[in-house]
Write a protein that binds this ligand. Structure first.
Ligand SMILES: [Zn+2]
Length: 250
């Protein structure tokens, strides 16, 4: 199933970086929130996931995020997430850079994760930055307010028109640059600047493996394109790591 080059690259690699997008979450049943369920059908995500909409109508935006939080809480990491969590223990350096906000990598057991678009299970005050858990949010009014300064509390996700979190971005670039093997998984690789990460890794000499259900703009640049579901392919990659690498790094 895998090329001998892929096998030998994985055998020797000290540093592996994984870049994930919506595809791996979709396999767990996370909807794209485009043209789907109920009353949210009449809104495009761009109309709700932005700061101006939040200031104009925090109740509406919060209602949408509470709906999303409930969906995320009700789904589970899949075999792809689980395989990545075990792969982390088999390489001296291993990082996951994700564009997903659903926290599924952490719930699967991954530790070294850079979240480029935030995490829907976290919330913070726009006035003083204080953090609030989902349990605290759910016990507050429809529009949650900071218990310290009284300002609005928002979900800790990157909205349309907002910058990526600087520290997470810089760590992601470093992880791309130091990777000997770089996986791009379930991402269409078109949303910049995040989409530049596989090319950053490639320029720095990494072996690029793309896993996706269809070819993307990255495919011509990848050293290996594996078409299919990450939940089917990653467990086989993990098997390869188990049989080829002498010891797990625990
Ligand atoms: Zn505050």
């Amino acid at each position: 199933m895998f090329s001998s080059q892929l096998i030998s690259k994985l055998q020797r690699a000290e540093s592996v970086t994984v870049f994930t997008g919506a595809g791996i979450s979709a396999e767990s049943g996370v909807p794209t929130f485009r043209g789907t369920d109920g009353i949210w059908k009449k809104f495009r995500p761009e109309e709700l996931a932005n700061f101006d909409a939040f200031i104009r109508n925090p109740e509406l935006v919060w209602e949408w995020y509470k709906h999303r939080k409930q969906i995320v809480a009700s789904i589970q990491p899949n075999a792809g997430h689980t395989a990545l969590a075990e792969m982390e223990r088999r390489f001296p350096q291993f990082a996951i850079i994700t564009q997903n906000i659903d926290n599924l990598h952490r719930r699967a057991g991954s530790k070294n994760i850079y979240e480029l678009h935030g995490n829907v299970e976290r919330n913070y005050c726009i006035g003083c930055g204080k953090n609030f858990t989902d349990a605290e949010i759910m016990s507050m009014d429809k529009v949650p307010r900071c218990t310290s300064c009284g300002d609005l509390v928002r979900p800790d996700v990157v909205w349309f028109g907002e910058q990526l979190p600087v520290e997470q971005w810089e760590k992601s670039v470093s992880a791309a640059e130091r990777a000997e093997v770089f996986f791009s998984i379930g991402t269409s690789a078109v949303v910049y600047p995040a989409a530049s990460l596989p090319l950053t890794a490639k320029k720095a000499g990494a072996y690029i493996i793309e896993i996706n259900i269809e070819r993307t703009e990255l495919s011509p640049w990848a050293d290996e394109v594996l078409l299919g579901r990450s939940g089917d392919i990653l467990p086989n990659i993990l098997k390869l790591c188990r049989s080829n690498r002498l010891s797990a790094h625990n």
